[in-house]
Design a protein around this ligand. Sequence first.
Ligand code: IPE
Ligand code: IPE
Ligand code: MG
Length: 248
Amino acid sequence: MESFRKKLNKSNIPEHIAIIMDGNGRWAAKHGKARVLGHENGVESVRSVVEGAGEIGVKHLTLYAFSTENWDRPKEEVDALMSLLVHAIEAETESLMKNNVRLSVIGNVDAMPVNVSDKLNGCIEQLNQNTGLNLVLALSYSGQWEIVEAVKHMVNDAIEKKILPENINDKLFKTYLSTTNIPDPELLIRTSGEYRVSNFLLWQIAYSELYFTDKLWPDFRKDDLFEAIFDYQNRERRFGKTSEQLMS
Ligand code: IPE
Ligand code: IPE
Ligand code: MG
């Protein structure tokens, strides 16, 4: 039973929502299963959330699927996550196509096994004419990695005299980030009751509204997304101004 969709203000849907999908391991432990089964059950949550976001007109949905730091997990878990990714892409591409979803990836794709990056690139190409939701997967991603990459490119451009140091500002900096073509997320959601950012979108969440829920990722469904958006819609975003200024 979906109860939050009806409550949403259709003229105030965030353009970009980012989600830290956390709690798969704990979900598995709770059900007496191996961690990888937690990850497998998380795929259903991704399906539901992608569907829900598309239905209400969210333009960009960025999902934190694998962080730079996650490479330090036991090899069996990393391997299981990589093969789950390949299987999920194979299984989901058709319904993504049907739902008019585009796919993009942010992160150090070069660090991924070749079979995974090949699958990803194939899926991205297959969906690239779609005009609906832009699904952004953050893979082998971390905010600090992204910022360091941006700085490297910027310094190179400065050495090659393509940019002048005195022209560097926040707007120019953003053009060096992997999210350069999409607006910063208005809303950042993290599941599993952890109150941290874990190196996700550090630059882009400067003014995001943060929403935390105790739900574990494999239990999260589109109505939980709608609930988060409903919560977001009842906040006042002041961007440093006073409440009175916003009223006038
Ligand atoms: C999130 O679930 C998935 C990834 C980080 C890949 P976790 O695997 O972190 O689950 P917990 O936090 O151990 O419960
Ligand atoms: C963050 O979850 C990364 C992803 C959801 C992909 P983690 O489970 O890795 O975060 P920490 O280590 O608990 O902060
Ligand atoms: Mg975790």
